[in-house]
Every structure is written in C-alpha cells, then in structure tokens.
Design a protein around this ligand. Structure first.
Ligand code: AMP
Ligand code: GLY
Length: 380
C-alpha cells in the first residue's frame, strides 16, 4: 500500500470502507509519513467492535441502548429470558451489515444467539455478542469530520435500509437516502454535538487516541425526542454520502486538509439549501447473492444531459467496464448506482431523481419507489 502511494505520487489518501481501517492502513501510512485521512486502528475500534463501542459510550456517558456482552450461550439465553422481546442481538465484530438481528419474538432472539455463539455463522465476528434494548423511533444519520480536537458537522440525512417499499423485506446496506432531514431540528443538532459527537472526541483524547477522520453516528430519535446512538461508523455512510456530496458547495479537499492540519474549527462549509435525494439501483439477487455482468443502458445520454443540468449526478459503485469489446458499463456488485438529484423539497427531489433513474436500464434492476417517503408523509 505504502509503495503504491509513493510510486503513484498520491498526495492524500482518504480511506472509504471499514476493512482497511480495521487492518491498520492509517497506522501504516502514518508510519511511512504518507498523508492519510482516517482513524487509526485503535480509534476505529468504535466501529470495529460493538463491545468496545458500547463500553466506550458507557464510560463517557454517551446516550445509547442498555446492553450486556456475552460469549457463553447459556448466559446469553438466561439474559434473554430475563429481558424478553423485542430485543436486539449484535455480533461484536465487523459483519458487513449482516451482524444485527432485531428480534421481535423471544424465539427469534434465542435462535440468533445460537446462530452466532453455537453455530458460529458469523465466524470470529460473532464469537462475542452484544444484546441490547430495542429502541423505538426514527433513525437518522449524522456525519462529521474530525481533526482530533474539533468536529465539523456535515449535512444530516436519512437512510432506507430495507430492500422493499414501506421498509419491508430484508436489511440491506441501504437502498436510498436524502439530505437534509427536517426531523433533526436545530435544537436536536446542538444536542447531538453536545451529548454525542463532542464527548466521543473528548473521550478518545482522554484515552490517548486522537480521532481523525469521518465519524458517522447512526441515531434513533424517539417519539419524545430522546436521541440515542445505534452505532458508530468510522467512515462516511453509503448511500447517505451521495446526496450529501451533491449538496456540498465548498471544496471537500480543502476541508480534508483543514482536518489534517487540525484547523477544522476555522472551516466554513457551504451547502446547497435544496434537498438532495439518492436512489440505489441494485442488482438482481441483492442483498443475498447479487448477479453480475448485466449491461447498463442509458448512461451515455445522461452524461450529455449532465453537461447542461448540474442538478443531478449518477454515482457508480458496483460497475465496471466489460461486455462487447470491453466498451460497455456492466454491473459488478450488489449496489450498482446511486441516482441522485436536487429539488426544492423532498417530493420534488424524489420526482427529479426517479426521472433520471427511469432512463437507466439493466436486467432485473431493483430499486425502491418510495425513497424519502417518511418526510413526504410528514409534509402536507
Ligand atoms: P447497526 O448495524 O447497529 O446500525 O444495526 C442495523 C440496524 O438494526 C439499524 O439501522 C437499526 O435499524 C436496527 N437496530 C440496531 N440497533 C437497534 C436497537 N437497539 N433498537 C432498534 N433497532 C436497532
Ligand atoms: N448507510 C449506513 C452505512 O453506511 O453503514
């Protein structure tokens, strides 16, 4: 990794996914004096280990669901019988979004414990589990950039994790998102910074770790406005980042440099005031076994349209060149594209994004037709 960075004359590396953070990529680059933006392996424990993350929140009074940690199945079953359902079972380690079971019945909860601790279906990631209180409310995503001491909040957003309309079907990595989310009022925003984000940074400092990088808090806002942390990610969220980036008017690289220089408190981040909404187009078979190599049609025409219309952007993720003469763009992963557009409100942004998405075709593409619906229902 280090050799590639020097040979290709890469000025700054920004780490996207969690696996290289867990493998110590930032530590290795820092040791080689290469500029890199992301948390060290130690700081990334906040995402890598649910048990670390929960204990850290408890040590620093950061509001989160009550929990207990187990590696002995008998103890875990006993605890479940004591607490009852609904209840949430989480594999301690990284499980690519598959390590959380929200058990609505006690039978499901016992089965999840056996699957992780006895059958070891999560491998070593599930050798330890966290069992936590079920929280009710609406989920929001809150991302910040951190320079070790200061946090620069990015725009708020909301993900849609289930595969099907109306939040039905299996959990996925995310089927769409929009930003900003009005549910996060200025009062909530201040409270999240005061009670969650700043205590994470101070807590890390107290524990001799400076957190540098993007920090993502997945939050639950209860009907009576209690805000608690569901999870931390040590990176930007996918697909929340795509709509957020379409709204960013200041220069991301400038902010990353400010973060590396410890001057994020001086940063002036600017946003398009409109709503941005992104729709995931996923491959057939996603999330369990996505099919690859389907040819994607319609992207060229949109590229031409883009020249005169900057209010949309098609972000690629699971794509690559292939097909006839290696000149076509084909599917290469579960979540293939994130079709993102701006609009004066959620409804208009939604219409604009679907108008673009409808021009893109690949066989058996899956996409939800209701991204943003929670805000639209709440807006007359
Ligand atoms: P996580 O990977 O921890 O974010 O969990 C994945 C999903 O499970 C979250 O986006 C929530 O929808 C759900 N979830 C996680 N923890 C809880 C909880 N304590 N109560 C209710 N739902 C939860
Ligand atoms: N959208 C949630 C995540 O990136 O983990």
């Amino acid at each position: 990794m280090e050799r590639v960075s020097s040979k290709e004359k890469i000025a700054i590396t920004v780490v996207g996914p969690e696996a290289p953070l867990a493998d110590g990529m930032v530590d290795a680059f820092q040791a080689a004096e290469l500029k890199i933006f992301g948390p060290t392996q130690k700081a990334a424990q906040l995402e890598i280990s649910k048990n670390f993350s929960k204990a850290f929140m408890q040590r620093h009074n950061i509001p989160t669901a009550d929990y207990a940690t187990f590696s002995d199945p008998a103890e875990a079953h006993k605890y479940l019988d004591l607490k009852g359902a609904p209840i949430v079972i989480k594999a301690d380690g990284l499980a690519a979004g598959k390590g959380v079971v929200v058990a609505m019945t006690i039978e499901q909860a016992h089965a999840a414990v056996d699957a992780m601790l006895v059958d070891k279906n999560m491998g070593s990631a599930g050798a330890k589990i966290v069992i936590e209180e079920f929280l009710q409310g609406e989920e929001v995503s809150f991302m910040v950039m951190v320079d070790g001491h200061h946090a620069l909040p990015l725009a708020t957003s909301q993900d849609h994790k289930r595969l099907l309309d109306g939040d039905q079907g299996p959990n996925t990595g995310g089927m769409g998102a929009y930003s900003p989310i009005r549910l996060v009022t200025p009062g909530h925003h201040a409270k999240i910074m005061r009670e969650i984000i700043n205590p994470v940074i101070r807590g890390m400092e107290q524990e001799n770790t400076h957190y540098v990088g993007f920090l993502y808090a997945g939050l639950m806002i209860s009907p009576n406005s209690e805000i608690r942390v569901l999870e931390f990610n040590c990176r930007m969220g996918d697909p929340e980042t795509q709509p957020i980036m379409l709204r960013l008017r200041s220069d991301l690289l400038t902010h990353i440099e400010q973060a590396l220089n410890g001057t994020l408190d001086k940063a002036e981040i600017e946003w398009d005031r409109r709503v941005s909404l992104g729709i995931i187009m996923a491959a057939q078979g996603y999330p369990s076994s996505p099919r690859k190599n389907d040819v994607i049609h319609g992207l060229d025409a949109l590229k031409t349209q883009q020249k005169t219309d900057p209010d949309f952007y098609v972000f690629h993720s699971g794509t690559r060149m292939g097909g006839k003469d290696n000149k076509e763009i084909i599917t290469a992963g579960g979540r293939v594209l994130c079709v993102t557009a701006l609009g004066d409100n959620v409804k208009i942004a939604q219409q604009n994004a679907y108008k673009i998405a409808d021009q893109i075709k690949f066989d058996d593409a899956q996409m939800r037709s209701d991204i943003g619906y929670r805000s639209i229902v709440n807006t007359p």
